[in-house]
Design a protein around this ligand. Sequence first.
Ligand SMILES: CC1=C(CCC(=O)O)c2cc3nc(cc4[nH]c(cc5[nH]c(cc1n2)c(C)c5CCC(=O)O)c(CCC(=O)O)c4C)C(CCC(=O)O)=C3C
Ligand SMILES: [Fe+2]
Length: 353
Amino acid sequence: MSDDLRNSSAFDALLFLSFGGPEKVEDVRPFLENVTRGRGVPPERFEDVVQHYLHFGGVSPINRLNLAMIDAVRAELAGRGRDLPIYFGNRNWHPMAADTTRRIYDDGHRRVLVFPTSAWGGYSGCRQYHEDITGALGAAIPGDDPTFLMRKLPQFCREPKFIEASVNALRSALAEFDEQPRVVFTAHSIPESADRNAGPAADGGHLYSLQVKAASAAVAQQLGIDEFDVVWQSRSGPPQVPWLEPDICDHLRDLHDRGFTNVAVMPIGFISDHLEVIWDLDSEARDVAAELGMTYVRVPTIGTDPVFISLIADLVERYVDGDGDVTALGCGDNGGICRPDCCVPVRRPARTQ
Ligand SMILES: CC1=C(CCC(=O)O)c2cc3nc(cc4[nH]c(cc5[nH]c(cc1n2)c(C)c5CCC(=O)O)c(CCC(=O)O)c4C)C(CCC(=O)O)=C3C
Ligand SMILES: [Fe+2]
């Protein structure tokens, strides 16, 4: 494709690219096999997570929540005079990204913006979505049609509207307390080695944990909160491999030992109340807080908050006419990564599963 075509033509479709989740009991194991293939997740952890999904009848809310966001983005774009078709595809479950990509192609679109449902850098949050795009192209597009372009939108964790939507969610939750609670931000834990590799190698790594801490600090600052914590949840992997800590449940015990009795837990790491949120925070962590006699409020994720939806529409508008900064972190064409040696996957021991 000529540089001219690549740089200056408008995009004609949007792919909302997410993680995916099961819709019924029979989906749970094949879904989890897709998620964990080659990832060194021990069988005991796999079985635990099967149970988390079965607890909810084998249905993750994630697809429904993504579809609600898509409807809201469609309405927002229509309100701005843009009727861009929006498609939905996932890394791990149906509708799979490859099937959706084929449908986009068959519908005649050739320039596709991709909105990933992760705000963050790092392998799982960013580079793996590039890999999903490469995989979808390979599986779905005849003969690698060179006129077909998929451009992933950049990481959005530093966007003022991401912070603003998070501030609004936390502010409303804080109104439920008579006295100021300890504010605890959480995000998905990742292996320490993955965090070391997160971001452009030249920047020294740790992009993911630095971004989570920076976003949390920005939210706290706007609410005048001087003391808060950033902790991690949903740890997976073999027990001997170090992951980001402290874990939310251990941290609640620690806060209790230090005399705190009220806690507001904000899952800044996720944009919807999917299973990692409703199991790990609304069940496990809530139970720990109850045992300790603590007042525990889980702050809603930003989901369909109008400020967040308008951010997604802004990102689309920034790129849709063929402008937009393709060198922004996380932005890439046809699955190409944004920087050399960015978020390099960590090599796993040969026999892990
Ligand atoms: C950084 C990050 C995000 C945030 C960025 C983003 O949003 O993309 C995220 C999101 C999510 N993670 C999710 C679910 C799972 N994550 C798993 C496993 C893992 N996640 C990891 C990291 C992340 N994960 C990692 C390093 C692993 C270990 C295996 C590996 O190295 O890949 C497993 C396997 C079982 C287990 O927990 O061991 C499941 C089921 C769901 C869907 C929930 C639903 O169904 O509603 C969502 C949105
Ligand atoms: Fe995950």
